[in-house]
Design a protein around this ligand. Structure first.
Ligand code: CMP
Length: 139
């Protein structure tokens, strides 16, 4: 089925001018970028977005990092977009990411891992609505 997923190009990637290279990976995989904006999150906004991780030991560090510079938030659409995006991103830890994936090529560490992608249809819906109004999604 056609799905939509929320993607974030993280501060480690925007700071190294990798937005275009990362978007090319998505488009080459058949994902369409149907909404996109560059924003700077506050730590509180990052904290709300990553609320499910708030008991994790890395939560504070994660929120500081996500607020440390610009991010590009985007909605990707395509057949099986959630799984496809996760495939293109590669494993969370770049040391374990398959060759050719975004994290294998660009990520610096498990924390500064260049991209985020929703992990399921329910979280995708919540995450998309955190950043975008329906009128901004142009499929
Ligand atoms: P992401 O897909 O954005 O979802 C949660 C993020 O937490 C994850 O990618 C990683 O960047 C980050 N994360 C996961 N494990 C660790 C860790 N051990 N140390 C720091 N950050 C982590």
């Amino acid at each position: 089925a056609t799905e939509r997923t929320l993607s974030i190009i993280k501060p480690d990637a925007t700071s190294r001018n990798l937005t275009g290279k990362i978007n090319a990976k998505f488009e080459e995989a058949g994902l369409r970028i149907i909404a996109q904006k560059r924003i700077k999150l506050t730590k509180a906004q990052a904290g709300t977005f990553y609320e499910v991780h708030k008991e994790r030991p890395f939560y504070d560090e994660l929120c500081d990092f996500m607020a440390s510079g610009p991010v590009v938030v985007q909605v990707l659409e395509g057949e099986g977009a959630i799984a496809k995006n996760r495939e293109v991103m590669g494993a969370t830890n770049p040391a374990e990411a398959a060759p050719g994936t975004i994290r294998a090529e660009f990520a610096e560490s498990v924390g500064e891992n260049s991209v985020h992608g929703s992990d399921a249809p329910e979280t995708a819906a919540v995450e998309i609505s955190y950043f975008f109004a329906g009128i901004e999604l142009v499929g």
